[in-house]
Design a protein around this ligand. Sequence first.
Ligand SMILES: Nc1ncnc2c1ncn2[C@@H]1O[C@H](COP(=O)(O)OP(=O)(O)OP(=O)(O)O)[C@@H](O)[C@H]1O
Length: 253
Amino acid sequence: MAHLTVSDVTLSFGGLKALSNVDMIIEPGLITSIIGPNGAGKTSMLNCISGFYHPTRGDIFYKDKKLTNSSPHQVSNMGIARAFQNLELFSGLSVLDNLLLARHQNLKYSFLHAIFFYGKASRIEAENRAHVETIIDFMELEPYRKSLVGNLSYGVQKKVEVARALTLAPDILLLDEPMAGMNQEEKEDIVRFVMDIQKEKEITVVLVEHDLGVVMDISDQIYVLDFGEVIGSGTPEEVAQNPKVIEAYIGED
Ligand SMILES: Nc1ncnc2c1ncn2[C@@H]1O[C@H](COP(=O)(O)OP(=O)(O)OP(=O)(O)O)[C@@H](O)[C@H]1O
């Protein structure tokens, strides 16, 4: 069964159609990239999947559950986490505290539980800490665990943003331009992590990225948007030979 099914999704802002009759099938365990020129609707698509926007028409399913009108919190509780283009981190907190805070969203006890069932609450808290430590280890953030996020380089902050999303132990990870603003070395570093997230953690990845070299290298399947419409899809080889896709990108230059 497909992990995510986007079915005939249209998103309008007044007279502007940011997405127009979009169909997508995101297969489990793969890296699926969504590409397209500026303003094509890529971030709008991620916003619809993650519950920040609700489509004007059409539906989105996670396995057989409809998530079309779910809130961002409900979507993340279903197992779909998102790393943002503009970092969603608290710059005055340490890396460790940012990750613990993100993980807290998933706590299975309320404030009253914490008072009356202290034992259970502290066990869950210990499990959360242990989980966060595995993510710090996986993302090689150990040297920065006590550093304030605001003092870190942009490249490291982007890694912390990906780690923040991973603390939710997602089934699907949505990455919105994780390499934007990075130098070559930082890009290579994050590419390695994206591939490890797919292979070692067996997380399905949906990637929005402008660096076509990276996209062609690591994607299993690609959807190309232009003016809110899907103009091509398939393997990197198929997409690279699609005349509509070539035209859209040449038109951009
Ligand atoms: N909240 C909003 N209100 C009005 N228009 C919006 C809103 N969000 C997106 N749009 C418009 O929808 C279109 C698609 O925008 P979107 O950000 O999804 O494109 P994109 O492909 O992610 O672009 P980029 O690569 O530049 O980030 C654009 O014309 C944009 O101005």
